[in-house]
Design a protein around this ligand. Structure first.
Ligand code: NDP
Length: 309
């Protein structure tokens, strides 16, 4: 069997389109432009790329983008003061503080200082609690993207997530735990696996859905996957691509792979997300979706359909 590819790049484009349509409607009917503020402390190269992409895509869907780039030596007090200012700024509907923060800053304190209704990353303890109790919340972007793709995949087959056996590998606060809560909310039977889980392969073999969010290159192989199962690969791992030969400077070329061994898993799965081009593009698309949702909620307006959990 060769799996159908769940195309996250194409799906993310449809999400951005829906966001853009809603943003245009907010402008036309209510004179409101959703605004997203992104705060970056320091010069971590990967974070700089993410922040640049977020800003670019925010503008492309017609929203306002506010970037705050702070020096690595910025004090915790100064950062908290900026967040307080953004919390009170009516033009800002979403606030994202790019992680990781420098060591001298308490990440939890900063995240929990963001007004929960502007917390478009969904990491504030209030949003975590709301999601955990099945209530309306801001939902973390990466698991929201996975949920959207899973719902769409089963809807197209005339099915729903209800009653499916799902295994989520990974229990982080940003992916594994919220993913499990979202699947539970959609009435899956959910098992969360982690580094101490016994017989993880057998657990996965019993699953209709496997979500891998581990950070270990190609760990999940085809023999872990039940025939016809749906596989969502969250992992982003950079490994040497020896087959591509050497760069001009003699160093080995690199490539991105997921936590799933695509070659073998795609022989067993019914559907699978590739890396790159699967979950990755959905994350920023969902950030934009969360910002428009936050803006609608803030203004007491109807939320766009299909853009949240
Ligand atoms: P974390 O490192 O925070 O969590 C990894 C989880 O995997 C932990 O719960 C850990 O268990 C578990 N784990 C580690 N080794 C094993 C093992 N051998 N068997 C079973 N479980 C194991 O990672 P994140 O959740 O932040 O990210 C996971 C992956 O997703 C990474 O590759 C990351 O780059 C990627 N990612 C991709 C995003 C996207 O936009 N596509 C966004 C965010 C993350 P334990 O708790 O016991 O240590």
């Amino acid at each position: 069997m060769s799996a159908a590819i769940i195309d996250g790049k194409a799906f993310a484009a449809t999400v951005r389109e829906k966001v853009a349509v809603h943003v245009a409607r907010l402008k036309q009917d209510h004179g409101i432009i959703p605004g997203l503020a992104v705060v970056l402390v320091g010069e971590d190269p990967a974070s700089q790329v993410y922040v640049r992409n977020k800003g670019k895509q925010t503008l492309e869907v017609g929203m306002n983008s506010y970037e705050h780039k702070l020096d690595v030596s910025t004090s915790q007090e100064a950062l908290l003061a900026l967040i307080d200012q953004l919390n009170n700024d009516p033009a800002v509907h979403g606030i994202l503080c790019q992680l990781p923060l420098p060591d001298h800053i308490n990440e939890d304190l900063v995240i929990n200082s963001i007004a929960p209704h502007k917390d478009v990353d969904g990491f504030h303890i209030s949003n975590v609690g709301l999601l955990g109790t099945g209530q309306k919340s801001m939902v973390p972007c990466t698991p929201l993207g996975c949920l959207m793709m899973l719902r769409d995949h089963y809807e197209k087959k005339g099915e729903s997530l209800s009653g499916k056996n799902a295994v989520v590998i990974g229990r982080s606060n940003i992916v594994g735990k919220p993913m499990a809560n979202l699947l539970l909310k959609d009435s899956c039977t959910v098992t969360i696996a982690h580094s101490r889980t016994k017989e993880i392969e057998a657990l996965c073999r019993g699953a209709d859905i496997v979500v891998a969010a581990v950070g270990r290159a190609e760990m999940v192989t085809g023999d872990w996957i039940a025939d016809g199962a749906t596989v969502i690969d969250v992992g982003i791992n950079r490994i040497e691509a020896l087959e591509k030969g050497l760069k001009e400077d003699g160093s080995v070329k690199m490539k991105l792979v997921g936590d799933v061994d695509f070659a073998s898993a795609s022989q067993k799965a019914g559907a699978i997300t590739p890396v790159p081009g699967g979950v990755g593009p959905m994350t920023i698309a969902c950030l934009l979706a969360n910002t428009v949702t936050a803006c609608c909620r803030d203004n007491g307006l109807e939320e766009p359909e299909g853009l949240t959990a």
